[in-house]
Design a protein. Structure first.
Length: 230
C-alpha cells in the first residue's frame, strides 16, 4: 500500500483483507510519528492473524530503523524491508544482530554472485530478488537455491513492473522451495491490468500460475502499441 494517510491506510487494508488477501505491505519512512500511527492503526483495523510487512525504501538511519523495528515487533509484523541504503552492509548486519523482526531486502541487487556475497555477509533474513534486475529465471533460481542452503526465505520483488514481469516471477517462485510469499501490486497499472488478453489469475488470496505454454499469457499488441516509446 502506497503513501496513504494513516486512517485511509487502515481503511484500505481492511478492504483488501476482506477481498481475500492474506498479507499486505505498507510504506513507512515518511516521519517517525506518522509511521508509528500507520502501524498501530493498520494492525488494529485488520486484527491479529493477518500478515503485515513494512517497507522503508532506504529512508532510515540505523537508529531510526531500530526504533521503528521495535514498534513493528510489538505489533507482530513479519519484516522490515530496506530500512537502510543497500550499500550499508555494516548497518544491516547490526540490525540483524539487534532485532527480532526479520530484515528484508535485495530488490536493487544484480546477479546471483552478489546475492551469494550478501548471504555470506549475513545482511538479510528475507531475500527479495527482482527477476528483471537480478538476471532472469536462471539467476533467480540460483539465488533461491543459495537461500535454501542457508535456511533463508525468499520473497520476490515486482512492485511497479508489468504483467510479463509478474508472470515470469510467478513461474520462478512456484518452483522454489525458499519462496514463501510473492508481491502483487494493487494500485492501478495499465501494463499489469491491460497487457494480457486474459488477466493474471488472482483468486482467494493467491496468484495462480498458468499451465499454458511459455509464461502462459497472450500479450495484447494494441496495448503494446499504445505505450510504445521507441
Amino acid at each position: 500500500l502506497q503513501w496513504l494517510e494513516p486512517e485511509l491506510l487502515a481503511e484500505t487494508a481492511v478492504r483488501h483483507r476482506d477481498a481475500g488477501f492474506t498479507a499486505m505491505k505498507l510504506k513507512v519512512g515518511q516521519d517517525p510519528v506518522i509511521d508509528r500511527r500507520k502501524v498501530e492503526l493498520t494492525r488494529a483495523a485488520v486484527g491479529d492473524g493477518f500478515d503485515l510487512m513494512a517497507d522503508a525504501n532506504c529512508r532510515y538511519s540505523t537508529a531510526e530503523a531500530v526504533s521503528m523495528a521495535r514498534v513493528l515487533e510489538a505489533h507482530g509484523f513479519v519484516w522490515l524491508e530496506e530500512p537502510l541504503p543497500p550499500e550499508d552492509v555494516a548497518g544491516y548486519r547490526l540490525l540483524r544482530e539487534k532485532l527480532d523482526v526479520a530484515v528484508a531486502g535485495g530488490e536493487c541487487e544484480c546477479t546471483h554472485y552478489r546475492f551469494a556475497q550478501l548471504i555470506d555477509q549475513g545482511v538479510f533474513d528475507v531475500l527479495q530478488p527482482d527477476i528483471c534486475r537480478a538476471g532472469g529465471l536462471t539467476a533467480c533460481h540460483r539465488i533461491g537455491v543459495l537461500a535454501d542452503a542457508r535456511n533463508l526465505r525468499v520473497a520476490p520483488h515486482v512492485s511497479i513492473g508489468s504483467a510479463i514481469h509478474i508472470a515470469a516471477s510467478l513461474h520462478w517462485a512456484a518452483n522454489e522451495a525458499s519462496v514463501f510469499i510473492h508481491e502483487y501490486p494493487v494500485f492501478p497499472n495499465p501494463l499489469v491490468d491491460d497487457l494480457f488478453a486474459e488477466p493474471l489469475d488472482w483468486r482467494d488470496g493467491h496468484l495462480h500460475v498458468s499451465d499454458a505454454p511459455g509464461l502462459g499469457f497472450e500479450v495484447r499488441e494494441d496495448v503494446v502499441e499504445q505505450y510504445r516509446v521507441a
